[in-house]
Design a protein around this ligand. Structure first.
Ligand code: ADP
Length: 258
């Protein structure tokens, strides 16, 4: 609850987000400005020009990546919640990830069907899960096991992320990777916090995941320790009969909509 409160403070401070954007773009502009300035002075040195122009390309790629993530971040407002069959979603992701993560990883699904459907924006949920799986892959350079799990959970009392009482589906992305130090763990929800190299990470993945979970009426918890791997858990509300009745044109077949 403490981390969540601190996070809410940060995310609600829109000014800080804007500050982060400005900071990131300033870095891009400074890199481009410095490199082109040097290119002008070293115009006779082809090797220097090649090296400096590579820096410009890298800086602009980072700028573009930030823009794309920001656009996704901005679209959060327009969530289209619908009943989602979690085991089917995870199975689909399994096949996609097996082809795209590009490293010898064992990918496991733990979803004890039949599970009640959850209520969330399916496309955004997929994006969030792919981001979490990509983080897990990055944390396992020597390979390891990525587990995607889904479990139903009834919240009745005090909860680690202060969820309101109700029926939820718990989705977890677990890896056997390097884990995080307490210092990193305390900063992961900050927009633009990243430990990755320039161009490799924008530091928006976990901030977006948390924002998505909370906007969907759920929450997120990250558990991690160095050498012990990481588990990111998302709680999303279960869809009720009225959500299924409202689903257009009809709820996906096989959903247990009460
Ligand atoms: P990015 O992946 O672009 O850096 P994120 O917000 O997704 O941005 O993650 C922020 C930081 O949290 C990462 O740079 C990394 O240090 C750490 N992190 C995230 N997921 C994991 C993980 N599964 N294992 C270890 N560290 C992680």
């Amino acid at each position: 609850a403490q981390i969540r409160a601190a996070h809410a403070e940060r995310l609600q401070a829109l000014g800080q987000l804007a500050g982060g954007i400005a900071h990131d773009f300033n870095n891009v502009l400074q890199a481009v400005g410095a490199a082109t300035g040097l290119m002008q002075r070293r115009a006779e040195d082809p090797e220097a020009i090649r090296r400096l122009s590579r820096l410009v390309t890298e800086a602009t790629a980072r700028g573009a990546a930030v823009t794309n993530r920001l656009l996704a971040f901005a679209r959060r407002g327009a969530l289209q919640a619908e009943p989602v069959d979690a085991p089917a979603l995870l199975e689909g992701l399994h096949d996609m990830l097996a082809h795209t993560l590009g490293r010898p990883l064992t990918i496991r699904i733990e979803a004890t069907a039949p599970l009640p459907p959850l209520l969330a924006d399916k496309a955004q949920l997929e994006t969030v899960l792919v981001n979490l799986a990509t983080n897990a892959r990055d944390a396992m350079p020597e390979g390891g096991t990525l587990t995607l799990s889904a479990t139903a959970e009834q919240v009745t009392g005090p909860h680690p992320v202060a969820l309101a009482p109700g029926a939820y589906l718990r989705l977890a992305v677990r890896d056997t990777g390097m884990g995080m130090t307490p210092e990193v763990l305390s900063r992961i929800a900050e927009p633009f916090f990243t430990t990755k190299e320039v161009g490799q990470g924008t530091g928006l993945g976990l901030a977006m995941a948390r924002g998505f979970a909370e906007q969907s009426g759920g929450g997120m918890l990250v558990e991690s320790a160095p050498g012990r791997g990481t588990t990111v858990t998302l709680w999303l509300p279960q869809a009720g009969p009225e959500d299924c009745a409202a689903a257009a044109p009809a709820p996906p077949p096989g959903l247990l909509c009460g």
